[in-house]
Structures are given as C-alpha cells and as structure tokens.
Design a protein around this ligand. Structure first.
Ligand code: ADP
Ligand code: MG
Length: 262
C-alpha cells in the first residue's frame, strides 16, 4: 500500500477559521483534525454556533480557511486557484445550504437543472432529469412552480434535488430536514443515502434533528470550533455502505431492508 496516496475522502488538518478582526474577531474553528471516509454517511452535530456551517463550507470549497489544510477527493484545496476550485465544485460537489438559496425567478425544475447545464447537459435533457428527481422527493406536481409558490419544506426538497442531481462525489447538506415533517425527512435521508453512500462518494450532513441519527454511519460532534466527539451511528449495521451491489441510483429498494433490522 502506498501510504502517501491521497485520501479518497476528506481530510482536515488543523483547520482554523477566523471571522472579523479586532474586537469583532471570532475564532469559529480552532484546529479541526478530521478524516471523513468515502462510502458512508457522516453526521456533523453540535450546539448552535460551534462551527458546523463554517466547516462544511470550507470542505465544499465555498469558504476560504484561515489556517491548516483540507484535501477533498484527493485534491488539496489550498493548492487550487479560484477558477480551479469553481470548476472542481461544479463537477464534484453538491451543497444544500441552510437557507436553500434557490433562484427566485426560476421554476423548481429550472433550479434543479442549473448544475447539469453548468456541466454541459442541454437544457431539455437537464429539465427532464430534474423532473425525475423532483418526483423522487415528492414534488412531481411542483416542477413548474416558482420558489415563492412553495412552502419552506418544499423549497428545501428542491434544494436537495438540485444538490443530488449531478450525482456529486462530495455531498454536504446543512440541516436538510429542518423544515419538513417526519415523513418527508425520512424520504430525504433515504434519497441522500441512496445517491451519496457509495464507495467513491463522501456525504456529510449537518443536523440538529435526532430523527436523522438513525441514518448515520458515523456521528462527529463539534464544540466551540473543535471536534469533541466521534462515534459510530445506527446505520453501521446496514449493508448499504459497503461496496457491492447493494446501492443503486434510481431505485429505493436497496435501502428498504434497513428499516426492518431492529
Ligand atoms: P453553526 O453552523 O454550528 O451554528 P457557524 O459555523 O455558523 O456555526 O458559526 C460559528 C461561529 O462563527 C459563530 O460564533 C458565528 O457567530 C460566527 N460566524 C459565522 N459566520 C460569520 C460571519 N460571516 N461573520 C462573523 N462571524 C460569523
Ligand atoms: Mg449552521
């Protein structure tokens, strides 16, 4: 084994992030060391303000760090230029933002089409694929709705569909079930597992929602800008995370067995 081979997952080494300066200086991250393996769903939990959003934004390449190093899917983020990072993100990263960040003048299907069009699909193909994934999140009848015509939970599901549609190798989600009821939350987590939990993919989900813990292979706790806990989650017993024929990208059958485990 070549021990210098870059990790196929995410590696954070002594990652620090400060916001502001002088009296307004905030040490949001104070030296995070964390290795996130591909092929499993990692949850990031911890009290409000502990640095969860900051950390996943750095991992996703949307926020620059103050100190330390991050490698993502074998690439050192510090060594990429701004345009390389933008290209890398478009190709490989799906990000569900806490505030959804949908484009208000585009329909649900058009919003979901954006990452595909950026990656070179024709608009017609992209909208067709967008309609499929919107159906999978329970929004078959909302493909032509504008974000302003959707509830918070429906907007959240559009944001999730948009993050998953190009089958990114790195998926980061910030509180993806905060605005939906239990049933929709369950469907969202099933979809995230199905698309993201594959041997060459990395999935990190920030959550406060204890209902989501059952879907985790691993639960990392952040406190005051540092890793304060790290344990296996309940999904660890499931075959979903292991390489092999268990996962498919379009059928939900692969996850169903897990429901009847206990
Ligand atoms: P969490 O997602 O765990 O609630 P955040 O990563 O959003 O935490 O924030 C971590 C700390 O950094 C908090 O103290 C927050 O107030 C501060 N912070 C976050 N974003 C900014 C910003 N843009 N400017 C100044 N401080 C910020
Ligand atoms: Mg947050």
């Amino acid at each position: 084994m070549n021990r210098h081979a870059p990790s196929r997952g995410v590696t954070c080494r002594n990652v620090a992030k400060d916001y502001g300066a002088g009296a307004a200086l905030v040490h949001a991250l104070r030296g995070v060391d964390l290795e996130i393996a591909p092929g499993e769903l990692t949850l990031l939990v911890g009290p409000s303000g502990c640095g969860k959003t900051t950390l996943i934004s750095i991992i996703a390449g949307t926020l620059d760090l103050t100190g330390g190093d991050v490698s993502v899917l074998g690439h050192e983020l510090n060594q990429m230029s701004k345009s390389e990072k933008t290209f890398f993100r478009a190709r490989n990263v799906g990000f569900v933002f806490q505030q959804f960040n949908l484009l208000p003048s585009l329909t649900a299907a058009e919003n979901v089409s954006v990452p595909q069009v950026i990656n070179g699909r024709s608009k017609a193909e992209a909208v067709a694929r967008a309609s499929e994934i919107l159906k999978a999140v329970g929004l078959a009848d909302k493909t032509n709705a504008l974000p302003s015509q959707l509830s918070g939970g429906q907007q959240q599901r559009v944001a999730i569909a948009r993050a998953l549609v190009h089958e990114p190798r790195l998926l980061v989600c910030d509180e993806p079930t905060s605005a939906v009821d239990a049933k929709a939350g369950h469907a969202i987590m099933e979809l995230i597992r199905q698309v993201a939990v594959q041997p060459d993919r990395v999935a990190v989900v920030v959550t406060h929602d204890p209902r989501v813990f059952d879907f985790a292979d691993r639960i990392v706790t952040l406190e005051d800008g540092r890793v304060a806990g790290d344990r296996r989650g309940n999904a660890g017993v499931a075959p979903v995370a292991s390489p092999g024929p268990a996962s498919t990208q379009t059928e939900s059958s692969s996850n169903e067995g897990r429901e009847h485990e206990s």
